[in-house]
Write a protein that binds this ligand. Structure first.
Ligand code: GLC
Length: 531
């Protein structure tokens, strides 16, 4: 491997595959590895560098696979380990690297460790792998502490019949592991090796800032530092030893690190820790040039000192789809603000999402795309009786949950279920107009979102100035972002009302929508220029 090859992750375009909803190869209504394998040519043609697969391991799917019962087995709904191995090597042959998703904070309640812990009873060594405690109150009827859940509105402790309680920051079906226990650390390093041996190039670390807990499990006091379970210093030691394992294989990490504090965030990206982490600050900002610029500056600033590349994310399997978010009055993202029936202008949202695509693909660093983003899929509003996401139920039915961005992909306009799978009804219902978004229809339409992504990714791969490297802001009117990248690349994004004059250029490489007759850049449009 030459240096450029080794540094692929510093400027990669990485496509997130939510396996359950990507493509159904066996016609049972659930996406699977056979479906992904059949669509690898589509992904190669799209022009991405790597694929991140959300958890595909054995799981009761109580949280869409983020409840793992066995990391060394593929869930039979998705396929087999042999198929995963084939998929990894076939993808590689097409120039696509594979990233798997590891969920170290918790396991499924069906994981053998947790079943053994339940069977072994209070005070047993088996229970030490988790956070089991007696309750408070006269008869232990109160939970051991008052920690808030990561799925708001629900308890974090569940009592088992013998009287002990166990901690779960997410659902009761996802008991938290005790990361102070050496066996927990050993096991995860072993899991990393298991997948690195199978040729995966990277690992996404789920809930990466939550693993370490204050051993005393004290009550939560707002504003107290250190926090009893978020961003604790002990985590860095864990990730240093993970890094040593990854380095043996030349593999890389991307951490799911939600932290408001830029300095604390950057600590995870020190040279002997994680290679990258998702940049959620950018994802949550509204469609507003000043806000976006603040986020870009903050991001580049926090990364500059540590030498790690930034990442850019517009959406993923947990948040409102981009075209929907940008089509609403409030274009920022916040979990707590999600409601049923929010008015949405999809035409407006789509124009903005197209512009945001060119923006994020031109920024320094790596960029993540979530399946369906390249089709401009909107968030589906599911009726409550079809929702499966525990986040919806744990909120008491107030939060629509995350299934609206997990609806099975439309591949072929004229086939049953828009070509997701030939026979079985998809596990989540597709909206009636889903066929209009089908990949086959968009592939032949030069004005489609898919055509835009293909063109942008092709330019990003073949022309200089993209990915890792410096950014230089250019003077621009209010409401407009303008910056240059190495080699004369210029990106201009207009979020303001009036069309703006383009800076001097020798060529227009790509626009997210038509320029005005005057050659000006209209509102909610972006352009790539060669200066
Ligand atoms: C992460 C995942 C999310 C999951 C949670 C618990 O935030 O992205 O989908 O529900 O962790 O594992």
């Amino acid at each position: 491997m030459d240096a450029a090859d080794q540094n692929w992750w510093r400027g990669a375009a990485i496509y997130q595959v939510y396996v359950r909803s990507f493509a159904d190869g066996n016609g049972d209504g659930t996406g699977d590895l056979a479906g992904v394998r059949a669509r690898l040519p589509y992904l190669a043609e799209l022009g991405v560098d790597a694929l991140w697969f959300t958890p595909w391991y054995l799981s009761p799917l109580a949280d869409g696979g983020y409840d793992v019962a066995d990391y060394r087995t593929i869930d039979p709904a998705f396929g087999t380990l042999a198929e995963a191995e084939k998929l990894i090597s076939e993808a590689r042959d097409l120039g696509l690297r594979t990233i798997v998703d590891i969920v170290p904070n918790h396991v499924s309640d069906q994981h053998p460790w947790f079943r053994a812990a339940l069977a072994a009873g209070p005070g047993s060594p088996e229970r030490e792998l988790f956070h089991f405690r007696p309750g408070r109150g006269e008869n232990g009827e109160l939970p051991p502490n008052d920690w808030p859940s990561e799925f708001p509105g629900a308890p974090t402790w569940t009592r088992v019949p013998d009287g002990d309680w166990y901690l779960h920051l997410f659902t009761p079906r996802q008991p938290d592991l005790n990361w102070a226990h050496p066996a927990v650390r050993r096991e995860h390093e072993d899991i990393l090796r298991f997948w690195f041996e199978r040729g995966v190039a990277g690992v996404r670390i789920d809930s990466a800032a939550l693993l370490a807990k204050d051993p005393d499990l004290p009550d939560f006091v707002q504003g107290d530092t250190p926090h009893p379970f978020v961003d604790r210093d002990e985590l860095h030691d864990i990730y240093r030893s993970w890094r040593a394992v990854a380095d043996e294989y030349g593999a890389v990490f991307v951490g799911e690190v939600w932290l408001p504090d830029a300095e604390r965030f950057a600590r995870y990206l020190r040279p002997d820790e994680l290679h990258t982490a998702f940049n959620f600050d950018f994802m949550t900002r509204p469609w507003d040039a000043a806000e976006l610029r603040r986020s870009i500056d903050r991001t580049l600033g926090e990364h500059a000192g540590i030498g790690a590349p930034a990442t850019w994310v517009l959406c993923n399997h947990d948040v409102t789809r981009t075209v929907t978010r940008y089509g609403r009055e409030d274009t920022a993202f916040a979990f707590a603000a999600k409601r049923f029936g929010t008015p949405t202008d999809l035409a407006l949202g789509t124009r903005r999402a197209r512009a945001a695509a060119l923006l994020s693909l031109a920024l320094p660093g790596a960029v993540y795309l979530y399946q369906g983003e390249e089709l401009g899929l909107p968030e589906a509003e599911l009726t409550p009786d079809r929702i499966q996401d525990p986040m919806h139920f744990r909120s008491g039915g107030v939060d629509p949950g995350r299934d609206g961005c997990r609806v099975p992909m439309p591949w072929a306009a004229d086939e049953p279920y828009a070509g997701f799978g030939s026979t079985g009804e998809p596990w989540l219902p597709q909206p009636v107009d889903w066929a209009a978004y089908a990949a086959d229809r968009q592939a032949t339409d030069p004005a489609s979102v898919l055509a835009l992504y293909r063109a942008a990714l092709r330019i990003r791969r073949t022309r200089p100035g993209f990915g890792d490297g410096p950014l230089h802001w250019l003077a621009s009117p209010e409401g407009v972002l303008a910056f240059s990248r190495p080699g004369g690349l210029v990106c201009v994004v207009n979020t303001a009302a009036a069309p703006v004059e383009l800076p001097a250029h020798t060529a227009v490489l790509l626009t997210s929508g038509p320029l005005a007759a005057t050659g000006r850049l209209p509102r909610d449009t972006a352009v790539w220029l060669r200066a």
